[in-house]
Structure formats: structure tokens, C-alpha cells
Design a protein around this ligand. Structure first.
Ligand code: SF4
Ligand code: SF4
Length: 326
């Protein structure tokens, strides 16, 4: 019997999600044995025409990582959608926009200005920026259009399942592959990770007091972090209360607060707004002591880059989606 065809593809991403497939270690051999990989740009030399030559729905599942921000990425994900029975948004960037989604605080022009003209390591006396069409001796060269706005995968094509994380951990990837191979899948639209907040599974939860009172927000490099104590209790912003569990508490075990890469639990529409309200509700002084305006300002000043902090992974999926520019 023919093996099910599987595709892996990357859009606007760092490549870490493709690496996590390699991190399956010996399980990768089982996957390679059970399926027929038809696209995997980081490792195998398949071409777009190989996918175009397949029938509609012929690929059992496409795992697509990365946000969508160029014309070429839009074409490829639409092509893979047509050729695939199932599409899984693989990793934070495809799921909720991820780090590339922070580009939605800017526009294409401001990004090009910064990246190609202003950064200290760039020497560009002609002020050249990428052009969609350039005439050269041998003809015309083209580049795909770079959009102003970064989109999540489901803002471009219908998505069947979501595998969260930056990158998704190998055990969740393997569970998802097994579920797909055995047809043992949850309802369409599900996030293939536990529907619990990270705090519920965190080994430091026991040290998290019922009521936390933060007098001063600190950044990890400013203090010697206690490796046992809840980060919030230490004045560090931890996204655990408003982030989905399932990562194996990776950052917490490395003595770093959670930054929110797994996205929100079910039912939360806007992870950043949820986080802002969770953190603001615990800012304050203990007991009856009232805060002065100066205290409040000091606390607010302690949150460096609030928009980037609370929407670090989820801006394109949020209610805001992007900053409004003139
Ligand atoms: S806030 Fe962070 S450190 Fe504290 S219990 Fe939640 S996940 Fe753990
Ligand atoms: S601790 Fe938070 S940021 Fe780190 S891997 Fe887990 S969900 Fe992602």
C-alpha cells in the first residue's frame, strides 16, 4: 500500500521548526519509514513543480511553519492547501504570528529603511532596497512582494490543526504525527497541546503565593534569579499565567521566565491583553499602603517595551493585528 504523503514547508520563520523535526532523533527514522516525504526544503531537494504535479488532496498532511508575509509564501501555502487533506500550522509563527509578527509594529518602508540603510553594519551608499523587478544584462530579475503586514497561516488559508511552540517540542510533534497516521484526531481547529495554563504544570507553582504584590518590575539580567521561586514573586514578568502548557516548562527549567510562545489557552481571544490585565492586577503595594503617582510611574517604567513584551509572539493573531501608521 502507498505510504501517506507528508510535506514540510517554511514561510517567515527562523528555521527552528524545521530543526525540531530533526530533533525527533531515532523517531525520525520511524516517520521516514511510515510516510513518503514530498517536500522538506531545509533538507531535501524537491521543487515547486513536484508539488504542482500532485493531484488535489494527494498529500495527507502539510506541516507549515512560519508566518506569511510575502507573495511567494502566499502562493506556496495556497498550493499546499489545495494539494493536502490536512494542514497543520506548525509552531508559533504559523499559529499566532510569532517573532516575525513584531514586524507589524512597523511598515515595509520603515523596515527597509532600518535594515538596508541605518543599521551600523550596513554600507549601502546608493541606498538600494529590494525591488520587485530589476533589469539586468541578461533580462529582468524579480523578487516576491514583501507585505506591510505579517499574517498568521489561518489568515491566508484554512488550517485544520495547530501545533504551538517556538519550536514545538518533539514529543508533541510525534504525538501529532501518530494521531494523524492512526486517524485518532480531535475536532478540527484544535490546538494539539494541553488546554491548561503553564502555571498549572510549573514546578515553581508551589512557591507562587495566592496574592502577589510586585513593587518593582525587574529584568532577568538585573537580579540573581532564585532557581526555585516563582518568577513573578521575584518581580520578573513571567507569561505562565496566560500561556498554554505543553512545552515541558523548557524556559522555567533553564531558570528563565516564560515568554509566551505557546500562545493562549482555548477561549482567550487576545493573549497580550490577557497578559497585560493579569500583570497589572498584581502590581501594587502590600496591605493597605496606597501607591503614589510616583510609585505607579516607577512600576510602569519597569516594563520596558510593553507592546513587545505582551505581544511578543501573538501580535498578528491579536485584536490589534498591527500598529496603525499614517
Ligand atoms: S508565573 Fe511563571 S514561575 Fe510562577 S508558577 Fe507561573 S509559570 Fe511558574
Ligand atoms: S516556557 Fe513559555 S516561552 Fe518557554 S518554551 Fe514554554 S511556553 Fe515557550
Amino acid at each position: 500500500m502507498a505510504k501517506p504523503k507528508v510535506a514540510f514547508y517554511w514561510c517567515a520563520s527562523c528555521g527552528g521548526c524545521e530543526e525540531t523535526v530533526v530533533d525527533l532523533n531515532e523517531d525520525l527514522l520511524k516517520v521516514a519509514d511510515a510516510v513518503d516525504i514530498v517536500l522538506y526544503p531545509v533538507a531535501l531537494d524537491f521543487k515547486r513543480k513536484d508539488i504542482e504535479s500532485l493531484g488535489d488532496g494527494e498529500i495527507a498532511v502539510s506541516f507549515i511553519n512560519g508566518a506569511v508575509r510575502t507573495e511567494e509564501q502566499e502562493e506556496m501555502v495556497k498550493l499546499l492547501r489545495a494539494k493536502s487533506g490536512l494542514v497543520v500550522a506548525f509552531g508559533s509563527c504559523a499559529h499566532i504570528g510569532g517573532i516575525p509578527g513584531l514586524g507589524n509594529f512597523w511598515t515595509r518602508d520603515t523596515i527597509f529603511q532600518r535594515v538596508y540603510k541605518e543599521v551600523p553594519s550596513v554600507e549601502n551608499p546608493g541606498g538600494t532596497t529590494p525591488q520587485e523587478k530589476v533589469a539586468v544584462d541578461i533580462g529582468e530579475l524579480t523578487l516576491p512582494e514583501f507585505w506591510d503586514t505579517v499574517k498568521t497561516l489561518d489568515q491566508v488559508i484554512p488550517v485544520d490543526y495547530y501545533l504551538p511552540g517556538c519550536p514545538p517540542p518533539p514529543d508533541l510533534v510525534m504525538n501529532a504525527i501518530n494521531a494523524i497516521l492512526t486517524g485518532n484526531l480531535p475536532e478540527k481547529g484544535a490546538v494539539l497541546a494541553p488546554d491548561k495554563a503553564l502555571c498549572d504544570t510549573c514546578p515553581r507553582n508551589e512557591t507562587k503565593p495566592e496574592k502577589i504584590s510586585i513593587k518593582e518590575i525587574k529584568r532577568p539580567y538585573e537580579i540573581k534569579i532564585d532557581p526555585e521561586k516563582c518568577f513573578l514573586e521575584q518581580g520578573l514578568i513571567c507569561h505562565g499565567p496566560f500561556t498554554r502548557s505543553g512545552c515541558g516548562e523548557t524556559c522555567i527549567k533553564a531558570n528563565m521566565p516564560c515568554r509566551g510562545c505557546f500562545g493562549p489557552v482555548d477561549g482567550v481571544v487576545d493573549q497580550g491583553a490577557k497578559g497585560l490585565s493579569a500583570i497589572v492586577s498584581i502590581l501594587g503595594l502590600e496591605g493597605e499602603e496606597r501607591m503614589t503617582e510616583e510609585d505607579v510611574q516607577k512600576l510602569i517604567d519597569g516594563i520596558v517595551d510593553p507592546a513587545g513584551t505582551f505581544y511578543r509572539f501573538s501580535l498578528p493573531a491579536s485584536l490589534l493585528r498591527r500598529r496603525r501608521m499614517e
